[in-house]
Design a protein around this ligand. Structure first.
Ligand SMILES: O=C(O)CCC(=O)C(=O)O
Ligand SMILES: [Fe+2]
Length: 498
C-alpha cells in the first residue's frame, strides 16, 4: 500500500511577464539565502523578538486625506495576536503549511522607520496601502510554535538616491515587489517551485481566500492579479497562510479544535450559512461539520440516486486486476450530475465554499447505499501512480501523480443506529494493517444525517497521506446507510465547468 512521495520538481522560477525587474537568478537568490541563514541563526539564538510599535502621527494624518477606493474588496484584517495565532499554530510542524505575519512600514518625517496602522477601516487601509514602503515579515514555518520565528524585511523599490523609500521613489503597495517577496518565501519557508509532480504553492488569507499562486502571471496595472492587488491583499490581511500544495487546507490545530466558518451561498439565491468545523484527527486530517445539509437535501439526493444505484466497481490497481470489486466493496453507488438541479448545484457551491477549493476541482457526487452487512474495506481515495502502471487511462488522468484527489467531503444522508461507521484505521499514526476489513482500530465516525466530514488524501504540501486510509464498516441489521463522496481534486478537472 505504501508509495514513494512525489518528487518535487526543481524547475526554474518563472519570471513574471510584466515585471519591471530582471528575472530572478541565482545571484539574486544567494544573498537572500545568506540573509535567511543569518536570520535563522538569529531567530534560534534569540527569543522571538516583538516588534516595538512606534506611535506616529501617521494615524492622525490618515483621516485627513481621502484615498480613492481600490477596484476590489480587501480581505478582513487578522492581526497576529497570540489569540489569533492560537487558531493556526500547531504543536508539531505541519508539512507544507506556513504562516506569515506582515507589518507595513514606512520612513517617518524624522527618517525613522515606523509601523503603519492595519485595521478594517477602509480609509485607514487605503492610507496604509498608499504610504507603505517596506514590510516586516515573521515566518512560522510548518505553522508550528515554538521555535522557528524568522524576521525578514522586504524593502521598497530602490529610489533615485538609492535608499529605500526616501526621496522621489515610489510609495504604496506597488513599491513592494511581489517577485522580491516570493524569493524571501522560498528561502524562509523552504518552498519548492511547480514541477512535474508538484503543484505551485499559493498564498491565502486566514479564512482561505486565495491571494496569489507561485505560478500566477502577475498582470500589469492595478486590477485583480496585479502587483498592487497582491501586495494590498497581503498587507490588508495581516496574517497570511502559505500552502506548498497550492490548495487551501483548514489548519487542524489539535484534536477537538473548533473553528467557526462562514459559507457563501451559490448565487445569492440562498442565504449564507455559518458552520463549526471540528478537528477529529490530525493525522490524517479529518474534520467534521454538523448540519451542513438539511434533511430535505439529504432525502432529495437519496431519492434522486435510488433508481440508478448499482453494485459497482473500484479502479483496480495492477495487483488486483481480474478480481471482482465485491472483494472490498459490497455497497451500491451511482454518480449524479447537478445539472438542472438547483438543490445539488447549491450543495456543490457550498462544498466549494467549505473547502475553499473552487467547484471546478470537484467530481460529480457519488451516492452510496449500504444495506445489512455491506461495507467497503480500508483503501485510499488518492491514486498512487506506482500502483497503476498498467492503467494508462488512470495515469493520464492523474498526470503521473501531479493531479490527484486532494480531499473527500463525505456527506452522510441518513442516521445509522448500528454499524456503518467510516473508519480511519491508521489515525494518530497507527501501523499499516494486515486485514483491511478490520473495524476494530483507529478513528470511527458515526453516520449522522446532514453531517459531513472532510478528510485530506493529500497533505498541505501536496504529498499523498498514507494515513488517510479509511473504510466503511458493515451496516447492522435493520439499518440502511446512505452517504455520498464529493471528491475534490488538487487542480481543475473539467467535470464541472459552469
Ligand atoms: O461509506 C463510508 O463511510 C466511506 C466510503 C468510502 O470511503 C468511499 O466510497 O470511497
Ligand atoms: Fe473512500
Amino acid at each position: 500500500m505504501r508509495s514513494a512521495r512525489p518528487v518535487a520538481g526543481r524547475g526554474r522560477i518563472a519570471p513574471d511577464c510584466n515585471s519591471t525587474e530582471t528575472p530572478m537568478s541565482k545571484t539574486r537568490i544567494l544573498p537572500s539565502i545568506s540573509a535567511a541563514v543569518v536570520a535563522f541563526v538569529w531567530g534560534v539564538l534569540t527569543p522571538p523578538s516583538v516588534y516595538v510599535l512606534r506611535r506616529q502621527d501617521i494615524i492622525n494624518n490618515s483621516s485627513s486625506t481621502d484615498y480613492p477606493p481600490l477596484p476590489y474588496p480587501l480581505p478582513t484584517y487578522t492581526p497576529c495576536t497570540s489569540s489569533n495565532l492560537d487558531n493556526y499554530l500547531h504543536t508539531a510542524p505541519v508539512n507544507g503549511l506556513h504562516i506569515v505575519c506582515v507589518s507595513p512600514l514606512h520612513l517617518g518625517a524624522d527618517g525613522m522607520e515606523e509601523q503603519l496602522p492595519q485595521s478594517n477601516d477602509a480609509q485607514e487601509q487605503y492610507a496604509t496601502i498608499n504610504k507603505v514602503e517596506s514590510l516586516r515579515l515573521t515566518f512560522y514555518k510548518g505553522s508550528s510554535s515554538p521555535p522557528i520565528i524568522l524576521q525578514e524585511k522586504v524593502g521598497g523599490r530602490r529610489t533615485t538616491n538609492g535608499v529605500d523609500g526616501v526621496g522621489a521613489g515610489k510609495k504604496g503597495a506597488d513599491s513592494i515587489d511581489w517577485q522580491e517577496m516570493r524569493v524571501q518565501f522560498y528561502a524562509q519557508l523552504g518552498l519548492v517551485p511547480e514541477g512535474k509532480l508538484q503543484q505551485p504553492w499559493a498564498v491565502f488569507t486566514p479564512t482561505g481566500e486565495r491571494i496569489v499562486g507561485d505560478s500566477d502571471l502577475v498582470t500589469s496595472g492595478d486590477g485583480i492579479g496585479s502587483n498592487q492587488y497582491i501586495m494590498s491583499n497581503i498587507i490588508a490581511s495581516g496574517m497570511i497562510i502559505v500552502t506548498q500544495g497550492g490548495n487551501w487546507v483548514w489548519p487542524g490545530v489539535r484534536e477537538g479544535f473548533q473553528r467557526n466558518v462562514s459559507l457563501s451561498s451559490s448565487s445569492g439565491t440562498t442565504k449564507s450559512l455559518n458552520v463549526t468545523i471540528e478537528t477529529l484527527s490530525m493525522k490524517p486530517l479529518v474534520l467534521s461539520i454538523q448540519g451542513f445539509l438539511t434533511d430535505e437535501e439529504c432525502d432529495h439526493i437519496a431519492e434522486k440516486a435510488a433508481p440508478n444505484m448499482q453494485y459497482s466497481g473500484v479502479t483496480l490497481k495492477d495487483n488486483d486486476i481480474g478480481k471482482a470489486a465485491n472483494n472490498w466493496r459490497t455497497s451500491q453507488s451511482t454518480f449524479l450530475s447537478a445539472k438542472n438541479d438547483p438543490i445539488l448545484t447549491d450543495i456543490e457551491h457550498r462544498t466549494a465554499s467549505l473547502t475553499r477549493v473552487p467547484r471546478n476541482h470537484q467530481e460529480y457526487v457519488q451516492v452510496l447505499r449500504y444495506g445489512f452487512t455491506e461495507k467497503y474495506d480500508a483503501h485510499h481515495d488518492f491514486f498512487d501512480p506506482a500502483q497503476y502502471q498498467s492503467d494508462p487511462n488512470t495515469l493520464n488522468l492523474i498526470e503521473y501523480g501531479k493531479k490527484n484527489r486532494f480531499a473527500t467531503v463525505f456527506w452522510y444522508l441518513t442516521d445509522v443506529e448500528d454499524g456503518g461507521h467510516t473508519i480511519f484505521p491508521r489515525a494518530g499514526g497507527l501501523p499499516p494493517m494486515m486485514n483491511f476489513a478490520d473495524c476494530s482500530r483507529g478513528l470511527k465516525v458515526k453516520p449522522q444525517k446532514g453531517k459531513v466530514i472532510i478528510f485530506y488524501s493529500l497533505d498541505a504540501s501536496g504529498a499523498r497521506d498514507e494515513l488517510s486510509l479509511h473504510g466503511a464498516c458493515p451496516v447492522g441489521e435493520g439499518n440502511v446507510k446512505w452517504a455520498a463522496n464529493k471528491w475534490v481534486w488538487n487542480a481543475p478537472m473539467g467535470y464541472i465547468t459552469s
